[in-house]
Design a binder for this molecule. Sequence first.
Ligand code: NAD
Length: 289
Amino acid sequence: MKIAFIGLGNMGGGMAANLVKAGHDVHAFDLAEAALARAAEQGCTPFTDAGEAVAGVDAVVSMLPNGKIVDSVYHASVFGKAPAGAILLDCSTIDVATARKVAEDAQSAGYDMVDAPVSGGIAAANGGTLTFMVGGSDAAFGRAEPILQAMGKAVIHAGAAGAGQAAKICNNMLLGIHMNGTCETFKLAERLGLDLQKFYDIASVSSGQCWSMTSYCPVPGVGPQSPADNDYQGGFAAALMLKDLRLAMEAAQTAGARVPMGEKAKELYEAYDAAGNGGVDFSGIIRTL
Ligand code: NAD
C-alpha cells in the first residue's frame, strides 16, 4: 500500500518505520529536516511538500502536536490533494471537538477518516506495540485497522468520530489521578515508618493496587523497572501528561461533567511543569512531596 505519513517526530518516526517494515511504500513529510532525514534512513521516501507526499496514496497517517496543526494540515495539504477515497488516519492526541470537525470535513471532501490516538510512548512506537483507540464509522475502522495493526499490539474501535480521542483523554485523566495518588500514598507510608518494599508487596495485591503502582512505580527500587529507576528520565514527559489533562478538562467543561480529581491532577502537573519539569517523566512528581 502507498501511505503518506505526516509528522515524523518522537512517535511518528518509529511508527512510519514499522509501516515500511510491514512492506508499505511510505511517503514522509515533516517540517523538520532532521525528522525527514531520519525517516529516509529508515526506508521512507522523503517529500518537502505535504501535498506532493499525499498525491497518489491509498492512505494518509498523521502524528502531529495539536488540534490546530491537524486541522490546518488536513485542510491545506490533504483534502483535494490525496486521491478521492483514500483513508485518513490521525493518530495525534487532540481535542475531541477538532477531531469531530476534521472528520466531518473529510467526509464532505469524499474521504473516510478515523481518529486513532495511541497509548504507549516512544518505545512502544518504535517497537510496534502501541494501543490504538479508534473513532469513526464501521467502514472507516475496517479500512484503518490493518494499517494500525502494523504499528501496534491492540486496535480497538471506541465508537463514532471523536470517540478515540474521548477514550484517550478519559484514560489519561485517570492515569494522572492515580499516579498522584500512588505518589502521595508511598510518601505517607514512608512517613509512617513502613518499609516501602513491604508496603508494595501488600498494596500490590490489595484493593489499592493500580497500574501506576504495579507497572510504573514512582519509587526507585520498588516494583518493576520504571523511569524512577533512571532518575525519572525517559518514559512519559510531564508536559504531555499536562497536555492530556488540559484536553480532558476542556472536554469535561464542554460536556458539563464534574471532574474535581481531574482538575486537581491538572493543577499539580501545571505547577510541576512551571517549575521546569516538563521534560521529566510524569512519575517524577513524587519528588514534590
Ligand atoms: P514531536 O514534537 O516529537 O513530533 C511532532 C512532529 O510533527 C515534529 O517532527 C514536527 O516537526 C512535526 N510537525 C509539526 N507541525 C507540522 C506540520 N504543520 N506539518 C508537518 N509536520 C509538522 O511529538 P511526539 O512526541 O511525536 O507526539 C506526537 C503526538 O503524539 C502528539 O499529539 C502527542 O500528544 C502524542 N503522543 C505522544 C506520546 C509520547 O510519549 N511522546 C505518547 C502518546 C501520544
